[in-house]
Design a protein. Sequence first.
Length: 251
Amino acid sequence: MSQKADISGMLRPWPPSPDRADGRRAGPHVTVVHRTARRHTVVIADAQPAIRDGVRSVLERSAGLSILGEAGTADEAIAQAARLRPGVLVIDPSIDEEPGTRVITQVARVAPDTAVLVFSSADDDRAIASAIHAGARGYLIKSADAEQILRGVQAVAVGLAVIDKAIAGRLSILIHPATAQWAYPFPHLTNREREVLERIAGGKSNVAIARDLTLAPKTVSNRISAIFGKLGVADRAQAIVLAREAGLGRD
């Protein structure tokens, strides 16, 4: 089996969601990227050459992405980030011989404009929380499919967050472990989008939401489309399920 085939064995299909720039649908666990003519640069850092090769083969499918280099160690990743200043660094923090997220912190210091997208097999709360606190803009598990990897890189490149559905549901506890109390689980939504989502979760129609918030129905529709994209859901039913699982709409 070739190295490029190695990563495909870890991937799984995800159901569709709307608003892909090419008119097709994107996976529900990744923030949707809007049309952009800008070409984004990427460095891939992983200790396993097969993983680097597999990620590269996925990203090279997009004409909007340019792979500047690869790194097999933490020091190489930091050096590449400092020298090449890529738009995105796709990295497995376990590349570092030192435990924790030193490599993410160092990249943030030497290349503050580089968006870090973690691509890791670690799905435990401590690893996720540490990466987010260290400055990672996104977190993908290595069971992600090729489409999610591609859309995830494109999303963080334009300043959006990529949060797996399973992670999003736990996000408030991960970020606020001291209080361990409920906090808003979707920090990447604007205040207005939160207000709309809370009413969607409560079962309100677009007309009712528009009346509550004193907004035009078209404005509500536009905000709902933005919410679906950021949450990575295909429709209202999926948004309601995700929001209620996170504690919204229960009053």
